[in-house]
Design a protein around this ligand. Structure first.
Ligand code: TYD
Length: 134
């Protein structure tokens, strides 16, 4: 996978005087079926999350509230995406090293995943990741 495989996706936004409503359907708005949802919240100032890659898992990351940065690395290049709106998300395919940082106060990070949690799908050491993408 390369940085070019990462996609910023604008989600539907239903706007009226009662407020906004956005939604995601797996396989339609994002390029995989959703098998798991998790969210990261109550993040102390200055903390970083992630810092790993997945062998097979695809993810879609949304800043439901607040903002944060996603640092993505394909082993050759790095790119930082800032998520600041809840109607945008980032598709992060397998075999991309990803870290989440610079969380604003009370930010809420929603992650949709293509598979259930599997500890052995994680690549935890950056050196191993680099060897695998060579
Ligand atoms: P981890 O993915 O390592 O979070 P981060 O990269 O943001 O630090 O997950 C932290 C812990 O939570 C780890 O012990 C595994 C557990 N966990 C689950 O049990 N199920 C899940 O779906 C996720 C994402 C994590």
């Amino acid at each position: 996978m390369k940085l070019a495989d990462i996609k910023v996706i604008q989600l539907p936004k239903n706007e009226d005087e009662r407020g906004n409503l956005s939604y995601i359907e797996g396989g339609k708005h994002i390029p995989f079926k959703i098998k798991r949802t998790y969210w990261i919240y109550d993040i102390p100032g200055g903390e970083k999350r992630g810092g790993h890659a997945y062998k097979t898992l695809n993810e879609f990351i949304v800043a439901l509230s607040g903002s944060f940065d996603i640092v993505l690395d394909d082993g050759k290049q790095k790119k930082v995406f800032s998520l600041t709106r809840s109607y945008y998300g980032i598709f992060v395919p397998k075999m991309i090293w990803r870290s989440l940082e610079n969380f604003s106060t009370n930010s809420l990070c929603l992650i949709l995943a293509s598979d259930v949690y599997k500890e052995n799908d994680y690549i935890m050491e950056y050196k191993n990741f680099q060897m695998m993408v060579k």
